[in-house]
Design a protein around this ligand. Sequence first.
Ligand code: DHB
Ligand code: FE
Length: 311
Amino acid sequence: MAKVIAGVTSSHVPAIGAAIDNHRTGEPYWQRVFEGFERSKEWMRNAKPDVVIGVYNDHASAFSVEMIPTFALGTAAEFPIADEGWGPRPVPAVKGHPKLAAHIAQSVILDEFDLTLCNKMEVDHGLTVPLNLMFGTPKEWPCPVIPLAVNVVQYPPPTGHRCFMLGKAIRKAVESYPEDLNVVIFGTGGMSHQISGQRAGLINSKWDKNFLDNLSKDPVKLTKIPHIDYMREAGAEGIEMVMWLVMRGALDDKVEEVYRFYTVPASNTAVGHIILENRIKGAKKSAAKGKKPAPKLKRAAARQKVHRIRS
Ligand code: DHB
Ligand code: FE
């Protein structure tokens, strides 16, 4: 049986991708951001997922404003990298898992979630930047990735509650897949940011940190947040965080938070990142515990890395 072993959230700021592609990760501005993901990459090397489900949003790359599906599942064998204006990013094409994706489609749609199925789809920074942050810059991504694109670019996006329930349906689908596969699910986007308009540059660290706390301990509370609160408190693009609730819905009610990182800013955005593990009976020990230094570091180090540019 396949199982969801863990969930990961991460921002997907395109400038992070540009910093990688232009070899600028060592610059002080970027070093602070990339350092926060060193332990995450180590965690990923230990976790060795067989498949990643990447919940992300398309930024008018695969879907123009002419056609915007609410939930679009990538069922293809390969997803080419989109050209977002500077040519496609020099990262490997994303290889899918058509068999598991078809199974998820069947299970989730029969569970009454109306997914759009994408047998051909390009993927943009929303997916490729989190892959870089978690896997580095390999020649090929180390495992298949099933993209799930969520509309957060045109009103109305799905509610946080709908996203959370979709996560639960995805978990049920994964757990009814006969092959033994370890799945890690990503929720991407966020944290607080607004890119245009009067409040462009808005960062609300207090709100972000509270969101991270609840994501870990009390996600049901987050499912009750209306869109207008995301907009007011975290900025127009802060709504991307509903995607984190798809990830959280696919995990146990009680999870182990193994790592957290928060820093401000990367471009216009607060970078928030968390790794949550399911407590699977009889499973091999936490990927975070597999290696030294001791995980005691995790929260303390993450907290030290909090930077504020605005109060
Ligand atoms: C930025 C962040 C995003 O999430 C995005 O999709 C585009 C730009 C930014 O901070 O610049
Ligand atoms: Fe975005």
